[in-house]
Every structure is written in C-alpha cells, then in structure tokens.
Design a protein around this ligand. Structure first.
Ligand code: AMP
Ligand code: GLY
Length: 419
C-alpha cells in the first residue's frame, strides 16, 4: 500500500521508521518530513493542516492510508476531509480531537463520564477568574482553553503567578486559545502517560511512558515539549493501568461514542498518580513526542498493523507482541531551547550500522549543501532498547556521546525516577 504520514518531527520519523519496515508498505510519503525521515520516506512539500492540499495529494499518488502525527491537522479537521474522500485514515475526527484542542471540553467530558480529575472552574473574564483564585488559594493551575503549543498551562505556587497567568490569557498572550480559562485544583503525585489505541469501541492499551518536561537535569528549568522519556514506567502498574482504563479512559470514550462523535486513534492520557489513585491531567489526541519514539522502537513493523486496525474499525482482533524490553529516548535540543536558539548548525552523526537496538530519530533537521544541519528547537532523539532500563539508558547515552554537535544540549538523567 501507499502510505502518507503527516508531520515532520521525531514522532513522525519514528512512525515512518516502523511503518517502512512492514512488508505491507510499498511507497511511503511524509509531509513535510525532515532530513532523517528522508532516509525512509519521500518527503513532500505540502501544508499538513490544509485538508484540500492533503486530499489532492492523496488522490494524485493513489494513497491507501494516511497517518496523522500532530494535533494541528486533527484540530483543523483533516481526518474528516480524508475520510469523506474515502481514505483510510489514522487520527480522530475534529469533533473527537477536542479532547486535546479544548481543556474545557475535556473537563466537561470527565464530568459527564464520572472520570476522576482535578476540580475546576471555567471563566471567560479576568474578574471572575481572579475571584475564583482568591477563593481557592494557591497552589492552583491556570490553563488557556485552546491549543497554545504547550505554553498555555501555568502551575502557580503563589498568588502573584496565578494573577499574572490569568492576565496573560485575557490580554491575548495565547490568542484565541486564551479567550476562555480553566482553573484547576493542583494535583500532587507522579505523572505518567498511558497510550491507548481505540477504534471508538475497542481499547488496546499500548504502554506507559514517563516524559521529562523540564529543560535541565533534576527536573529544573523551563518546561519543554519533552527532553526525554522511558517506557515502561514502573509507576503505572498493571492494576493502576486497568483502573485508569475502567474509571477514566473507558467511560470518556463511551460518552464520546454516545454523543455520536467516537474517538478513533490514539488517546494519550496524562495521569497523576497519588496513593494508588490515578487522576486525569489531560488528554491528547495523538502520540506523545518523544514518547512515540519509544513505542515505535518497541513495536517495530507491527505498528502499521495496529494503526490499520484502528482505521478499519477492527481493533478488537488486534494484538501487539511486546518484547519484554525497556526503551529510553534522550532528546538533543539546540542551546537556548525552549527560548531562542540558532538554526543551521552542522551536525555529524555516528554510523550505527550493526547496532539495531538504537536509532537516531530526527526531530528538527534539514540538509544544507549535503551537510546535516539543525533546523528546530528539539533536533534529535536517540532511542535505545535494552533488557533493562539501565541497559537501554547506557546504550542511548553511548550514542548521544558520539554525536558531534557543539550547538546542542541534552539531559544526562533521563529515567532517574525509575532507577
Ligand atoms: P497539560 O498541558 O494540561 O498537560 O499541563 C502541562 C503540565 O502542567 C502537566 O504535564 C503537569 O505537569 C502540569 N499540570 C497540569 N494540570 C495540573 C494539575 N491540575 N495539577 C498539577 N499539575 C498540573
Ligand atoms: N511529550 C509530551 C507531548 O507530546 O505532549
């Protein structure tokens, strides 16, 4: 089959790497892709958020299956347009993708489903938001309702921070995304991500992962899109996973189904675990990045079969044969990220021939005059498997240390919580 992947980050490189190994895959395209993806797929210049461009490309190239990586095309309704044109598509509808695109939508969904999550209030004006914070006290969490590129959430430990976050939202710091604010109870505990495939009915939990969101070692510094991750995350025991499926994910999927907007795709549940109790922090309508690198490294070519089963509504029959292994991914970012950083700096990668347990996935790279250069904030993700977390981690850092890129930085402590 001919397959098109939308997106161009580390997540999409991992998807392309896994899918390209499956014998069902004939031609593989990725839009827009990046320099690493270009090694396993044909990169295409088109705007992945423009449904008519995507559908026109699919028609011209006899595409059989489309995999949507990032949230923006989902929120823009690209999955709906593709399905309307008869293309098998992995990725939820615009209506179902609201679980990520609107925090208020998800809070309401949890109310209706009886799913355990933080207490909250919604507000469309600064005065009522300030009043609610004054009443609740700190710590408290202020969230812009819409998609804000991961920047719309403030965990406010004191009153001044909470006030500033509210004013930022209503002063337009996040554009339309901040026109409504969700104010949440601060939840303590350990965060873990659970990835669940669903075709709207059946659920296939994939694996747990834990992400390191802060820029620097020891979980210090600014929040990022994720500086590294490991899977499985021991904090999410089988019992806790089942409890989260029974009391949070399952009931929410049921409500979406009953509303006539079933969620089909991968539901990424961000959970807070405290004293054996899972609570929902957020949903995303896509694979995490870099968590996807771990899942693809561990699943390999099987990934295509299960993504197809989701798109065909046939997930109840699908299985993944998991190796009893662990994976670690270490992100290399440009110095300055998540603030300002340089692009176009040369990178030299080691030759990994004969080292099948480790991959370098490209997140933000380009090729310039035959030379690999940096082209984003998060640039590479070294992803390794091993029989233990320690083995996977040592293997990943062994390769990180062989990458020649003076303009980059990375964390040295990925996985510390589980070791
Ligand atoms: P979100 O975009 O909703 O995942 O929020 C980003 C991050 O903020 C989460 O990964 C948590 O670390 C933190 N966070 C969000 N909501 C809460 C909450 N209610 N209590 C504690 N931390 C939170
Ligand atoms: N790594 C977190 C995310 O993809 O949202």
């Amino acid at each position: 089959m001919n397959i098109l992947i939308l997106g161009g980050g580390g997540r999409e490189h991992a998807l392309a790497w896994a899918i390209s190994q499956n014998p069902k895959c004939d031609r593989l395209f990725c839009a827009p892709g990046n320099a690493g993806i270009a090694e396993v797929a044909e990169c295409v210049r088109l705007n992945p958020e423009d449904a008519s461009e995507v559908c026109a490309f699919a028609a011209e190239h006899a595409i059989d299956f489309v995999v949507i990586g990032p949230e923006a095309p989902l929120a823009a309704g690209v999955a709906d347009a593709l399905r309307a044109d008869g293309y098998l598509t992995f990725g939820p509808s615009q209506a179902a993708a609201q679980v990520e695109a609107s925090k208020a939508f998800t809070k309401q969904l949890c109310d209706e489903a009886g799913a355990d999550t933080a207490r909250y209030a919604r507000s469309t004006d600064a005065a009522s938001a300030h009043a609610y914070v004054a009443e609740q006290g700190t710590p408290i969490v202020i969230k812009a309702d819409g998609l804000a590129a991961g920047k719309g959430v403030t965990v406010a430990m004191d009153d001044a921070t909470a006030r500033a976050a509210i004013d930022d939202c209503f002063d337009g710091a996040f554009g339309d995304a901040g026109a409504e604010v969700v104010i949440e109870e601060f939840m303590e505990g350990e965060e873990v991500s659970l990835f669940v495939l669903t075709d709207g009915e059946a659920m296939l939990p994939l694996a747990s992962a834990q992400d390191h969101k802060r820029a620097f070692d020891g979980d210090e510094g600014p929040n990022t899109g994720g500086m590294g991750a490991y899977s499985p995350a021991p904090v999410l025991t089988d019992a806790l996973r089942d409890r989260a499926l029974d009391t949070i994910v399952g009931p929410c999927l049921k409500v979406l189904r009953e509303r006539g907007t079933p969620f089909a795709g991968v539901l990424y549940a961000g959970l807070m675990i405290q004293d054996g109790r899972p609570r929902l922090v957020e949903y995303n309508a896509r694979f995490g990045d870099p968590e996807c690198q771990l899942l693809m490294a561990r699943m390999g070519a099987q990934a295509l079969d299960v993504l197809l089963a989701v798109a065909e509504g046939d997930l109840a029959q699908a299985r993944v044969n998991w190796a009893d292994d662990h994976a670690v991914t270490v992100v290399l970012a440009a110095k300055g990220y998540p603030g300002d950083y340089a692009k176009g700096e040369p990178i030299r990668l080691p030759d990994l021939a004969g080292e099948p347990l480790v991959q370098i996935f490209h997140a933000g790279t380009a090729e310039k005059d035959g030379q690999l250069v940096s082209n984003g904030g998060r640039v590479l993700a070294v992803t390794a498997r091993g029989a233990s977390l320690q083995e996977a981690r040592d293997r990943a850092y062994g390769v990180v240390d062989r990458i020649d890129w003076p303009g980059g930085f990375h964390r040295r402590d990925i996985g510390w919580r589980a070791l």
